[in-house]
Design a protein around this ligand. Structure first.
Ligand code: ADP
Length: 784
């Protein structure tokens, strides 16, 4: 072993700098930063002297003020300071070069810096080339290579520096400086002065460090593999879940598509329909069943599958039987039944030729719907009703295109699906209540439906393939012909249904409605009896209508009350007569006669036709001194205003004859008012009534209160014919009118009206106002 070289009493006194976490070796250059004041002071002292500084490593890096005796390694390095840069933050950056090993023999702490007496060993002896040296260096480099093998990212300079070391001792130092990581291991290499043993020590330490690093790596990679494995499994499981649910869905969808295919195969439809279906089902297989698109496709396929393309019921062609059924279900309506039977006969004989569509026109509750139902029954056709009231959108008839969200087929295709046969009877109810706006004209679509030339290939926007409507029997209903879209009128054959007379209503009630209501309320004919008189009272005092809908409701009410009585009071039967009617239905809503009791000046009674039946209207005229102004009020239309003006002109031209002041048009103000105008009325037929009321008001002669009249007036006082006579006469009769003035030209119509209506009414035919006056105005001395 070589001894220490002793300088100045075997030691050199030198400032000492405590390094944290770094050990420097002889011949190595390194940068480090200094901040602690004692260290900076030591540095400055070294610079003042010969730039030599002893660097000693701290055992624990975190100690701020190390005690030289216990906290510093005694072995360190004598270094030469090559460079010193003061950085702004008070840090001093130092470049130092290891000169030789050194050991602190004694430390002194009485200056602002630490200094010590340092012993330095002799320089390493140079080992001569020998197999031993070669083996030793080779072994060391093998280990070094081993180190670089497992640390491929380690600095290349380190490898170069180590391989450049020629001597055994320098090689050990290079390994210690560059590769060894633990500070105590570095220190033990530094403390070893003998080159061969130092290199062996370095090899040993490096070996064990490599081993530790390898183990660490292994552990790390195992941990990582564990985590990776877990993540992988989690990910796979998640995927599996998705795949399973998809597979489930897909399976479901495939099952569904198979079922569709099966149904499509069995479907009795044209080739075009089948091809379309096959295409759609194929598409359906490709899209996700739970997506919105899947729902749309499903809907469409089901619509196509449910349309009865060629499925038909066997039509009964027995006309006699049809007649029987119509007779059995409805009282009266002879004309209608006859016309229906004719229509059916022609249809049958002329098979498929263009026959018009029947349109039943009449007030509500007159049996239009129920006649259509009977026709369906008679022909053994399914019955479906499409209510057209309030339909404004063309798409309601023709369907929405499939691209719309929530698109649906139109009403006709829906009706076919509902009927489930291709030859049902479709009732187009309230055809006159259809209107058009910006959403298109449903009337035009309807025209295509009703045209036998086109309806065998009716195109619904939703369905896309043409639907054959030519086997459908259409029947339409309307209340008022005037509001049916005009292009449709051409295709329709109107069959009027009139208001019922009291007698007809009585028969309908007795023979049909009572039984129907009893059945509906679960009662037998034995449990409920109603006298004819009571029925008449119900008709006259509890209802006021053209049809029998309210009458049916009233009878239903009676049945309900009777049922309650039967159960609560243990009654065997309930007998409803005129005297106990009030108990069940309350006080009467209408009086039989609302006629004024005596003739009055300026009030005349007219007759009106409305879509809900006939009505009477009293026209009131007031004449006041004024400037010839004219006013007309009440719920009336333009036509009525014009007839009022015509009447005034007529009166002016005949003022003398009529006993009316000549200058009334200058000196009197005339006000015409039409009360009870809840139902808007219009039409020229109140002309003669307004003229009569005005003449009466101007001349002061009263109008006979039991007279009603209807007729259009011309400027010359001629009376022109009017329509809706049956309804008007019925209304007059209901009110208790005795005499009705009717235009001469309507005589033919009156002849057609049944005796039941005309009996008890004196009908006077008038040709001009001259004929009206004697009957309407009360003659002098006569109080009629
Ligand atoms: P609409 O369609 O003309 O408004 P409905 O057909 O609904 O009238 O008729 C209302 C009710 O009156 C139905 O129960 C119907 O059976 C009955 N009804 C109407 N007219 C007759 C009739 N002539 N004979 C028997 N019942 C009738």
């Amino acid at each position: 072993m070589k001894g220490w070289i002793k300088m100045n009493n075997n030691t050199i006194e030198m400032p000492v700098l405590a390094l944290r976490g770094i050990t420097i070796f002889p011949g190595m250059m390194m940068h480090f930063d200094v901040k602690r004041p004692r260290s900076v002071a030591a540095l400055e002292e070294a610079m003042k002297r010969d730039q030599r500084l002893f660097l000693a490593a701290q055992k624990m890096a975190q100690v701020e003020e190390p005690d030289p005796a216990s906290d510093l390694y005694m072995d360190g390095n004598v270094t030469k300071i090559k460079q010193m840069i003061k950085l702004p933050s008070g840090i001093v950056r130092v470049l130092a070069e290891g000169v030789s090993r050194g050991r602190m023999v004694e430390t002194f702490d009485d200056e602002p810096f630490l200094y010590a007496d340092i012993e330095t060993p002799e320089a390493d002896t140079i080992m001569e080339a020998s197999p031993e040296k070669e083996a030793l260096v080779g072994a060391a480099l093998d280990v070094v290579d081993g180190f670089f093998a497992i640390n491929p990212n380690f600095s290349k300079e380190a490898s170069i520096a180590i391989h450049a070391a020629k001597e055994v001792g320098a090689l050990a130092d290079a390994i210690g400086f560059h590769l060894i990581s633990a500070i105590e291991n570095k220190q033990s290499i530094l403390a070893n002065q003998e080159p061969v043993s130092r290199l062996k020590l370095a090899i040993k330490i490096l070996h064990s460090e490599i081993e530790i690093a390898r183990l660490k790596n292994e552990i790390n990679s195992q941990v990582k593999v564990n985590i990776d494995q877990n993540q992988k499994e989690y990910y796979l499981r998640e995927q599996l879940k998705v795949i399973q649910s998809e597979l489930g869905d897909v399976q479901e969808m495939m099952d569904e598509a198979d079922e569709y295919d099966e149904r499509a195969k069995k479907l009795n439809a044209s080739k075009e329909v089948k091809e379309k279906l096959a295409k759609e089902i194929k598409r359906f297989r490709r899209i996700s069943p739970s997506s919105a698109e899947g729902a749309v496709a499903r809907n469409y396929i089901e619509t196509l599958l449910e349309i009865p393309w060629k499925k038909k019921t066997k039509e009964s062609l027995d006309i006699k039987k049809a007649q029987e059924i119509l007779d059995r279900d409805h009282y009266g309506l002879e004309k209608l039944k006859e016309r229906v039977i004719e229509h059916l006969a022609v249809r049958q004989l002329s098979k498929g030729t263009d026959s018009p569509i029947l349109c039943l026109v009449g007030p509500p509750g007159t049996g239009k719907t129920s006649v259509a139902q009977s026709i369906a029954k008679a022909l053994n056709r399914k019955y479906v009703r499409i209510s057209l009231g309030g339909v404004r959108d063309e798409a309601e008839i023709r369907g929405h295109r499939r691209t719309y969200i929530g698109a649906m087929p139109g009403r006709l295709v829906s009706a076919l699906r509902q009927a489930d046969t291709a030859n049902p009877l479709i009732l187009l109810d309230e055809l006159d209540k259809m209107s058009s706006d910006f959403r298109g004209d449903p009337g035009a679509a309807m025209l295509e439906v009703l045209d036998s030339e086109q309806n065998s290939k009716f195109r619904d926007h939703y369905v896309e393939v043409p639907v054959d409507l030519s086997d459908v029997l259409f029947i339409a209903t309307a209340n008022d012909v005037r509001t049916i879209p005009s292009p449709l009128l051409d295709r329709l054959e109107m069959i009027p249904i009139h208001s019922y007379t009291e007698n007809e209503k009585l028969h309908i009630a007795k023979e049909y409605l009572v039984d129907k209501q009893l059945e509906k309320h679960g009662m037998t004919a034995d449990q409920f009896k109603i006298s004819d008189k009571a029925l008449s009272t119900v008709i006259n005092c509890y209802t006021k209508e053209a049809g029998v809908r309210n009458l049916e409701r009233r009878l239903g009410e009676l049945c309900r009350k009777a049922a309650k009585e039967v159960l609560m009071n243990n009654k065997k039967r309930v007998q409803v007569g005129e005297n106990n009617l009030k108990k069940y239905l309350g006080i009467p809503l209408y009086r039989t006669s609302e006629l004024p009791e005596a003739p009055q000046v300026g009030i005349a009674r007219g007759l009106a036709w409305t879509s809900v039946g006939g009505d009477t209207l009293s026209i009131e005229v007031n004449v006041m001194d004024g400037k010839g102004q004219f006013e007309i009020t009440g719920q009336i239309g333009d036509v009525m205003k014009e007839s009022a003006k015509a009447a005034i002109s007529y009166i002016r031209s005949k003022a003398d004859e009529l006993d009316v002041p000549d200058d009334f048009y200058k000196t009197k103000d005339i006000h015409i008012h039409i009360p009870e105008g809840a139902v808007p009325k219009d039409g020229p037929s109140a002309g003669i009534t307004m003229a009569t009321a005005m003449i009466s008001a101007l001349s002061g002669v009263p109008v006979c209160h039991e007279v009603a009249m209807t007729g259009e007036i011309t400027l010359r006082g001629r009376v022109l014919p009017i329509g809706g006579l049956k309804e008007k006469l019925l209304a007059a009769k209901r009110l208790g009118i005795k005499k009705v003035l009717v235009p001469c030209d309507n005589e033919r119509d009156v002849e057609k009206i049944s005796k039941e209506i005309t009996s008890g009414l004196e009908i006077v035919y008038v040709q001009s106002m001259d004929d009206v006056m004697p009957h309407a105005l009360v003659k002098e001395g006569e109080e009629k």
